[in-house]
Design a protein around this ligand. Structure first.
Ligand code: HPA
Length: 245
């Protein structure tokens, strides 16, 4: 039976809904530490769950071994990969606790391993990344949200910053000028590595704060204050991902 993969972000490090849970430690060619994958069944679907930041030790966004994570997931040949990621909203009209399904990315990260190309291959894998998320999977998420009667924001550009510090107000102004709508720290290089391995990958974002210098975050951001919104939006996002599969 087909597998479906879910990647949990800071709001989701385990999936309590999983029945017949099996934890597997997957060795990868990308480092000594194995990747922990939790498999099980939800509503008759085979779900492969990855906690992006890890389960015991929590890796900050700039230290995540994205290559190992995505390679480990690919071993299960998932039909679709849906990644959850919390974000700050650049636009004041986007509500805290809302869910967004972005359709574009701008990458502001640096120093991360962004490819499986090592330079030793006989070819260079120039993947097409015009549309960074799988269009059919994104459409399926939007359709599922309509079926669930769950309001979402359809589209928008995810700006991936380096972290783990949050942005300055000037950086958010720059992101706004560049056309960014949501600020997060993890979908790059995760999404392009998934594309290199031909995985169908899309993201569901949880808006947990207004971005630095904007709206309620004008005076500063205390991420601890965002927990309630994160819990609510994460629960809804998991339901949405499952309804999509
Ligand atoms: N910036 C970057 N990443 C985030 C934010 C933010 O404001 N909120 C949640 N993840």
């Amino acid at each position: 039976m087909a597998n479906f993969a879910l990647i949990g972000g800071s709001g989701l490090d385990q999936l309590s809904l999983l029945e017949g849970k099996v934890i597997e430690k997957i060795d990868t060619p990308y480092g000594k530490e194995p990747v922990e994958i939790c498999r099980g069944v939800i509503d008759g679907l085979n779900i492969v769950f990855l906690s992006r930041h890890g389960t015991t030790e929590k890796k900050p966004p700039h230290m995540i071994n994205y290559r190992a994570n995505i390679w480990a997931l690919s071993q299960f040949e998932p039909k679709a990969v849906i990644a959850l990621a919390s974000v700050g909203a650049v636009l004041p009209e986007d509500d805290i606790g809302a869910i967004a399904v972005p359709d574009q990315i701008i990458d502001y990260t640096w120093g991360r391993e962004t490819s499986y190309n090592t330079g030793k291959e006989k070819f260079i894998n120039f993947i097409d990344f015009t549309y960074p998320f799988d269009m059919d999977l994104r459409e399926a998420i939007v359709d599922a949200s309509e079926e669930l009667d769950l309001p979402i924001i359809d589209g928008g550009t995810y700006a991936c910053t380096q972290g783990p510090r949050l942005e300055t107000a000037a950086e958010v102004d720059r992101i706004d000028n560049d056309g960014g709508h949501y600020v997060g720290m993890t979908l790059m290089p995760e999404s392009c590595l998934a594309r290199e391995l031909n995985l169908k990958y899309a993201a569901i974002c949880q808006i947990v704060n207004t971005a630095a210098g904007r709206g309620a975050s004008e005076k500063g951001i205390v991420l601890d204050d965002t927990k309630e919104a994160l819990t609510k939006a994460t629960k809804e996002s998991v339901n949405l991902a499952l309804a999509t599969f």
